[in-house]
Design a protein around this ligand. Structure first.
Ligand SMILES: *Cc1c(COP(=O)(O)O)cnc(C)c1O
Length: 495
C-alpha cells in the first residue's frame, strides 16, 4: 500500500517514508491510497485474540515493508501488561441500563494518547532504518497536557531518539504537571513555557521553521520530528480499538454480528474520531460517529453548516484536551469528502490560513451529515453528567468523557436513535482530580497531588497505579523558560 498527500503533490510514498517524514513535503498529511476491507470473518478471527493480536491483524495491510514478526513484536511490547494494566488494553464497560464505555486509559499515562504513543516510537525508529536514515531523531512536543506525558513515556530510552516537551506553565492540571516533571529516562527533557498553550505551540513551530537551526542539527547527525497526530504512525493504531470494541460487543452477546453501532467521541484535533471513520470505511458496521465538543464547538458548527470558522473566541474549559480551534486531522476528512481532490483540500487550507474560514460544497455537506452527528456540552453540563453518572451507576467519568456522554444523551432525545452506542472514554478521572471533585460537590482549595487521595476517599474508587505513584515522586525538570528561550533550550538538549 502506498501513501499520498492530502494536498495532491505526493502520490507514492511507502508506509515507512510516510511515518519517518510525519508531514508530506507539500504541507499535506499522508493518507493511504486505499482502505483494505476487513475480511468477512474478521470478527470471528479477532474475538478470541488479545488486543496485541487484534492490533497486528488490523494494521498489517497498511504497513507494507514491515514484516509480520516485527509487527507482532511491536504490538506485544506496546499493549501487554507492563505498560497497560492487566485488564486488557481497551476494555468495554457496560453500565446497568446499557450504555457502553470504551476505556482507552489503561496505559502508563492514563490517557488515550497511550494507545498510539506506546507503539508509534517503534514504528518511527523502524521506519528510520527502512529508509536508510542514519541520523538520530529529536522529537519536539508542545502539549496542553496529555500528549506530552504520553510521548515522554513512549519515547523514554528508545535508542536513536531524544524527546523534549514544552507545556504551558499555568495551563495544565497539577497531576498532569507532575506526570511530566517527574518523568524518568535518559533521553527526555521537559520545560514549562511562560505563556499559554498557543505560545508553546507557536514556539515549537518556529523552531521547526528555523532552517539554520535544522542545518546545525543535521551537521551533528540529528533531525527534528513531532509526535502529534498529524503523523500516520499515530493515527493508524487508533483504528484498532474501534474494531476491538465491536468484537467485544459481539462476543459479549450485546449485539449480533453485522449490527450497526454508534460511537460517541470527545473530540479536539479530530484524530480519534477520524480513526473511527476509517474503521467504517474498512467495513466495520458503524452507524453514526457522534462528534462531541465542549464550549469550543467549531466542529459542531462545521458539521451542522459546512462552514469552518476559527475566527471566534477561545474558551478554557475543564476538558482542556478539547480546547482547540484548528483541528488538524479534519484535513484528512476533507480529502475524503472532496473525492480525493488534493487541489480542493489545498484551497480550503489556504483559505483557513488566509481568512481563518472556509466552506465546503453541498455534496460534502451531505456526506458529513450521512456519517456524523454532533453536539456540544459546556462545563456546567459536564459537571452534572459526572455527578449523575456517579450517583446512578457508581461509575466515574473524566471531564472529556463527560462531555461525550452529555452530547449522547441530547442526541438521543433529539433523534430518537436507539442504536447501541459506545462512548469513547479518553482519560482516567484521576488526571483531573480537582475538576472531578468539584463536580461531585466538594470544595477544592488547591490543585495538587494531595487531591488524588481526596478523590479516592470521596468515591471509593482507587487511583490507577501510575497516578498513585506520583504522590511520592520528585520533580526532575523544574525549569521554566521565557518564550524567547525555547530554541536555546532545545539546542542545549539536542546539540
Ligand atoms: C487528546 C484528547 C482528546 C481529543 O482527541 P483528538 O484525537 O485530538 O480529537 C479528548 N480527550 C482527551 C482526554 C485527550 O487527551
Amino acid at each position: 500500500m502506498l501513501y499520498r498527500s492530502t494536498r495532491g503533490q505526493i502520490t507514492d510514498s511507502t508506509a515507512a517514508a510516510a511515518i519517518a517524514a510525519g508531514l508530506a513535503s507539500d504541507g499535506g498529511l499522508f493518507v493511504p491510497d486505499a482502505f483494505p476491507p476487513l475480511p468477512a470473518d474478521a470478527v470471528e478471527t479477532l474475538s478470541p485474540m488479545r488486543y496485541d493480536g487484534r492490533a497486528a491483524y488490523v494494521m498489517a495491510p497498511f504497513l507494507g515493508g514491515f514484516d509480520a514478526g516485527e509487527l507482532a513484536a511491536f504490538t506485544r511490547a506496546a499493549y501487554c501488561p507492563g505498560g497497560f494494566d492487566g485488564d486488557g488494553a481497551a476494555p468495554v464497560r457496560r453500565l446497568a441500563d446499557g450504555d457502553f464505555f470504551l476505556e482507552l486509559w489503561h496505559g502508563p499515562t492514563c490517557a488515550f494518547k497511550d494507545m498510539a504513543l506506546q507503539i508509534m516510537p517503534r514504528f518511527l525508529t523502524s521506519a528510520m532504518e527502512k529508509t536508510g536514515d542514519t541520523r538520530d531523531v529529536c522529537v519536539l512536543v508542545a502539549t496542553s497536557g496529555d500528549t506530552g506525558k504520553a510521548a515522554l513515556e513512549g519515547f523514554r530510552d528508545v535508542p536513536r531518539t531524544r524527546i523534549m516537551v514544552f507545556y504551558p506553565r499555568d495551563g495544565v492540571s497539577a497531576v498532569q504537571r507532575l506526570q511530566m516533571t517527574a518523568q524518568e529516562g535518559g533521553n527526555v527533557n521537559v520545560a514549562a513555557v511562560e505563556g499559554n498553550f498557543d505560545d508553546a505551540q507557536t514556539g515549537v513551530k518556529r523552531i521547526f521553521a528555523d532552517a539554520g537551526f535544522r542545518e546545525r542539527l543535521a551537521s551533528r547527525g540529528v533531525f527534528l520530528s513531532s509526535a502529534n497526530s498529524i503523523n500516520w504512525g499515530r493515527l493508524l493504531p487508533q483504528i484498532v480499538y474501534y474494531v476491538s470494541a465491536y468484537c467485544d460487543l459481539v462476543s459479549g452477546g450485546h449485539i449480533r454480528r453485522g449490527e450497526y453501532v454508534n460511537f460517541c467521541v470527545p473530540t479536539g484535533n479530530f484524530g480519534n474520531i477520524l480513526a473511527g471513520y476509517y474503521a467504517k470505511k474498512m467495513g466495520l458496521p458503524i452507524g453514526k460517529l457522534i462528534c462531541a465538543s465542549n464550549r469550543n464547538d467549531v466542529l459542531t458548527q462545521f458539521i451542522n453548516t459546512g462552514v469552518y470558522d476559527r475566527n471566534r473566541e477561545f474558551f478554557p474549559t475543564i476538558s482542556p484536551s478539547m480546547d482547540i480551534l484548528v483541528s488538524s486531522n479534519l484535513e484528512r476528512l476533507l480529502y475524503e469528502l472532496s473525492g480525493c481532490d488534493g487541489r480542493a483540500v489545498s484551497g480550503y487550507m489556504d483559505a483557513l490560513a488566509r481568512d481563518g474560514v472556509y466552506a465546503v460544497g453541498e455534496r460534502a455537506r451531505e456526506l458529513v451529515a450521512d456519517g456524523f452527528a454532533c453536539g456540544s456540552c459546556g462545563d456546567g453540563d459536564a459537571r452534572r453528567v459526572i455527578a449523575d453518572t456517579f450517583e446512578r451507576y457508581g461509575y466515574l467519568l473524566d471531564p472529556h468523557t463527560a462531555v461525550a456522554y452529555g452530547v449522547l444523551t441530547r442526541y438521543r432525545e433529539r433523534t430518537g436513535d436507539t442504536a447501541p452506542t459506545v462512548v469513547v472514554s479518553t482519560a482516567s478521572p484521576y488526571k483531573f482530580c480537582g475538576s472531578v471533585l468539584e463536580a461531585l460537590g466538594h470544595t477544592v482549595s488547591a490543585d495538587g497531588p494531595e487531591l488524588i487521595d481526596a478523590l479516592a476517599e470521596a468515591t471509593g474508587i482507587p487511583a490507577p497505579a501510575p497516578i498513585a505513584a506520583l504522590k511520592g515522586a520528585s520533580e526532575r525538570f523544574s525549569r521554566s523558560v521565557p518564550r524567547g528561550d525555547m530554541l536555546r533550550a532545545v539546542e542545549e538538549f539536542c546539540g
